[in-house]
Design a protein around this ligand. Sequence first.
Ligand SMILES: C[S@@+](CC[C@H](N)C(=O)[O-])C[C@H]1O[C@@H](n2cnc3c(N)ncnc32)[C@H](O)[C@@H]1O
Length: 172
Amino acid sequence: MSSPINVNLEEDGIALERFTGLVLIMNTPKGRGVFASKPIPAGTTIDICAALVLSPHDAKEHISHTELNNYTYNWPYPTGENGNQTTQAVVFGLGSLFNHSTHQQNVGWTRDLVRQVVTYRTLRDVRQGEELCISYGGHLTFVDADAEELKAEAEAEARDGGEAALARIELV
Ligand SMILES: C[S@@+](CC[C@H](N)C(=O)[O-])C[C@H]1O[C@@H](n2cnc3c(N)ncnc32)[C@H](O)[C@@H]1O
């Protein structure tokens, strides 16, 4: 038996947590996707994922030419003198499997730059069978599988004019 190393679990440990009611579906219009196999209340921690922060050189010269580039997150990289440049990080665990949704994202994420972990939490109640999606931001490198739905939404809004916009504003 290996001897236990002397660690302060409370002070040094990063609690890892993953919600258990999840399934991976292989063949969705967005590729593989993470779905809820039971209802998930708002504010539930879905996963806490460690990140591997790549040097800007490796990100640009090596990873950007590979499939892995579709899985990395923008990440600030300190350049000294309090400066930052943007590099890429590989986020292990479910962090690399959430698909993007422009309007229906139900999972948000926060980054701990010091400990290099990303925490994912539900933004609202999630129904059984719903896909868990995050937002990748505005610059997608692929055709959004929801594009037709988004177009129909935009057209309906244009048709309904101010009324739909007002209804939305009141809801906020
Ligand atoms: C981080 S991976 C997500 C997991 C991926 N679906 C898989 O099967 O490994 C990002 C890739 O998923 C796909 N993807 C994610 N969101 C999408 C969307 N809204 N529409 C179409 N494809 C999407 C794209 O191919 C994108 O490059």
